[in-house]
Design a protein around this ligand. Structure first.
Ligand SMILES: Nc1ncnc2c1ncn2[C@@H]1O[C@H](COP(=O)(O)OP(=O)(O)OP(=O)(O)O)[C@@H](O)[C@H]1O
Ligand SMILES: [Mg+2]
Length: 354
């Protein structure tokens, strides 16, 4: 069975960062409701807190905010917190939902004063909508086009001041004119294990699950720096503890449960490990080309490149070099193997000697 057949897309992967159906159903209940409950991201939280406090003190609408960062790090959560902290209503939409500029005009013209407009996946908006948004953000005005063809006229429409909160996983794809119109940009970082422990404890409390300190630490260490994954692993370990133990999420329960789901101590799953296995055992640690590696793993090139590799690179287990994929000494150690002795002065030495 191929990876796709087994998982019906990447979203269903246990350590995938994108939300799956169950996440969407339970996340609302687990979302922190204010800055006080929001764990980690101290820099963004402090900066944003200042922006919002100052706006409140001036009795003004807050500046537009852009939140960028990998999936599952809390962008949607923070946008809801921004509205809550401003005591403002929030309207939620997304780039792909806005097909035509008219869709955006309809939303903008119905905003109340001070309302927060959350635009998720803002990098996926259509070009004409994007251009309308520039003017709306800067001048709180849109041109509504009435009629078609040569007789069409643009009727300017004043908008009440509002706060746009844009979220994107790909800040690099935003056109500079759009990026420049945000008064504040928050870059969300991956979370530290101790922060994820707190996430696990907090979620366990909300789910009425008993969790021990070392149980939470075990889950946190396997969660790839991502609260969404920590919450998902917690639910799977809870299931295991309920069925096979006394319901308490202990270190032992976490280890056994995540062995069943093939998520290792570092958060690598079956796919990640099979890529490393092939790289080390078949190609001596590389360098090997992506196509060859993919064939050896029995996966599509895209799956290896886009699903497995980013985390392996981030973890310092694999390097992408001009000559091909190369395993780092940490990869050998992670699979319990001894890294080969380095040959003096080779390219590989240069790679890791820095
Ligand atoms: N700082 C945090 N403290 C506690 N829980 C958090 C935090 N950040 C995120 N979470 C949890 O992780 C889940 C996912 O967060 P959220 O939906 O905000 O991520 P996102 O960045 O919007 O992801 P995506 O890019 O997929 O839209 C939330 O339901 C929440 O329970
Ligand atoms: Mg989101």
């Amino acid at each position: 069975m191929s990876w796709d057949e087994q998982t019906d897309g990447v979203e269903e992967r246990l350590v995938g960062a994108a939300a799956d159906r169950e996440d969407l159903a339970v996340e609302a209940a687990l979302r922190p409701k204010d800055f006080g409950e929001f764990i980690g991201q101290t820099r963004v939280r402090e900066q944003l807190d200042l922006v919002l406090r100052a706006a409140r003190a001036r009795g003004a609408t807050a500046d537009h905010v852009l939140l960028s960062g990998a999936p599952g790090l809390g962008k949607t959560t923070l946008s809801l917190i921004i509205a809550a902290e401003m005591g403002a209503p929030i309207r939620i939409t997304s780039g792909p939902a806005i097909q035509h500029a008219g869709d955006l005009a309809a939303i903008l013209s119905s905003l109340a004063e001070g309302e927060v407009l959350f635009l998720d996946e803002i990098h996926r908006m259509s070009r004409p909508a994007e251009e309308m948004l520039y003017m709306a953000m800067e001048d709180f005005r849109v041109d509504v086009i009435v009629g078609k063809g040569p007789g069409a006229t643009a009727i300017p429409l004043e908008l009440p001041p509002f706060t746009l909160v844009g979220a994107t996983t790909r800040a690099g794809l935003l056109p500079p004119p759009l990026r420049d119109r945000f008064g504040f940009t928050g870059h969300m970082e991956f979370y530290e294990p101790t922060e994820l422990e707190r996430v696990v404890h907090r979620s366990a409390g909300l789910l009425a699950v008993e969790v021990t300190a070392d149980g939470a630490a075990e889950i946190a260490g396997r969660s790839r720096g991502t609260p969404r994954i920590a919450n998902r692993l917690l639910r799977r370990v809870r299931d295991y503890a309920q069925v096979r133990a006394d319901g308490v999420v202990t270190r032992e329960a976490a280890r056994r449960a995540l062995a069943v789901y093939e998520v290792d101590e570092r958060g690598l799953d079956r796919l990640d490990r099979s890529v490393l296995h092939a790289l080390l055992n078949l190609f001596g640690g590389g360098p090997v080309g992506l196509s060859t590696l993919s064939v050896a793993v029995g996966e599509e090139r895209e799956t290896v490149e886009e699903v497995a590799e980013p985390f392996l690179v981030r973890e310092g287990l694999l390097a992408r070099t001009p000559r091909g994929r190369v395993a780092t000494p940490a990869a050998w150690r992670h699979l319990g193997l001894t890294p080969p002795a380095r040959e003096g002065g080779t390219g590989q030495d240069g790679l890791f000697g820095m």
